[in-house]
Design a protein around this ligand. Structure first.
Ligand code: ADP
Ligand code: MG
Length: 317
């Protein structure tokens, strides 16, 4: 066996990217999550060629200083946790400090950002993980991340992509889920500058459901809510007339995070067992709020799954 060496940061970032960035929609997810963590109330996503040619995410969040902007591209650089203890109680969507360096290592990227109250902003340009320029920039308060030529230096991954229209649909589907997860945020999705989706950010789930699924479907949804110490649930769930052949219309969020959660999905389907014909799935959007200490979000590379600790102690309503 050859001698062990410690990989250089660029190679380490490429390896992390392999886990975090499966396809364009993973980039959209990471960037939008960063915008949400930055307190954004308005997020605009614009893609070209299904995100393979370009993805831009702009927000009106807190922005970054020029110094932080450079730091943000280092591996494990995060403003969201400071020690291992914090991992037990994650209240932000991100915490690993992996997304920006990972995405930067497999694309041509620029980040333009200005803090509210600062007169000048800054822009960093990164290619294949190398910072090629950092300069002052005139820009609105908030942050715009532009990711071009995704996977330009990882041809095998690039080849594994579906058609631009399929990748674009996956991005659109993800933005819909994010809009359902956070009805208080105004989302706008564009393709080559043309708006294809808009959710008003009114804070009302019904408005987000209307934006995603249309008025007709929204009319057939009924409110649900329940609360126990340490956990509560609110949402909208469809009348049996709204069934689907797949689980595409089941959205579960936990503490504002869109997740796939087989245990809860199974519970929802169980509740509909005698209401829907066999093989049909309900339309439902459920938002759970649990004590962050009862939730392990550090179990999946793209944070798409979470682990509910002490699952057995959960109420059965
Ligand atoms: P994480 O989200 O896990 O902290 P990221 O690599 O996604 O790691 O981001 C690194 C850091 O860059 C974040 O902790 C945050 O401080 C900063 N950052 C990233 N995106 C934004 C944004 N849109 N607005 C403000 N700050 C941001
Ligand atoms: Mg992040």
């Amino acid at each position: 066996m050859p001698k062990i060496t410690i990989l250089d940061p660029q190679t380490a970032n490429l390896i992390a990217a392999g886990e975090v960035v499966e396809r364009p929609s993973s980039v959209v997810k990471e960037l939008v999550e960063n915008s949400i963590d930055a307190g954004a109330k308005r997020i605009v996503i614009d893609i070209e060629e299904g995100g393979l040619a370009s993805i831009s995410v702009s927000d009106d969040g807190c922005g970054m200083t020029g110094e932080d902007l450079v730091l943000a591209f280092q591996r494990h650089a995060t403003s969201k946790i400071t020690c291992s203890h914090d991992l037990r109680r994650i209240e932000t969507l991100g915490f690993r400090g992996e997304a920006l360096p990972s995405i930067a290592s497999i694309s041509r990227m620029s980040v333009t950002t200005r803090m509210h109250g600062d007169l000048k902003g800054s822009r960093a340009t990164i290619e294949g993980g190398k910072i090629v320029a950092v300069e002052p920039a005139g820009c609105p308060a908030g942050t715009t991340v532009l990711v071009k030529n995704l996977f330009f230096n990882t041809p095998a991954r690039r080849k594994a992509m579906k058609s631009p229209s399929s990748e674009g649909s996956l991005c659109g589907e993800l933005v819909s889920r994010l809009a359902l997860a956070r009805p208080d945020i105004r989302y706008e999705m564009k393709i080559r500058g043309r708006r294809v989706f808009y959710s008003p950010g009114s804070g009302r789930l019904l408005d987000a459901v209307t934006a995603v699924y249309g008025k007709q479907l929204a009319k057939e949804m009924l409110p649900v809510s329940s609360a126990e110490p340490g956990i509560s649930l609110t949402g909208l769930t469809g009348k049996p007339s709204l069934s689907r052949s797949s689980r595409s219309h089941i959205t579960i969020t936990i503490n504002g995070r869109y997740v796939r959660c087989p245990v809860i999905t199974a519970a929802i389907e169980e509740a509909y067992r005698f209401l829907l014909p066999q093989g049909r799935r309900p339309v439902t959007v459920l938002a759970l709020t649990v004590d962050p200490e009862l939730l392990d979000v550090n179990v999946h590379p793209a944070k798409l799954e979470v682990k509910l600790l002490e699952e057995k102690k959960l109420p059965t309503w």
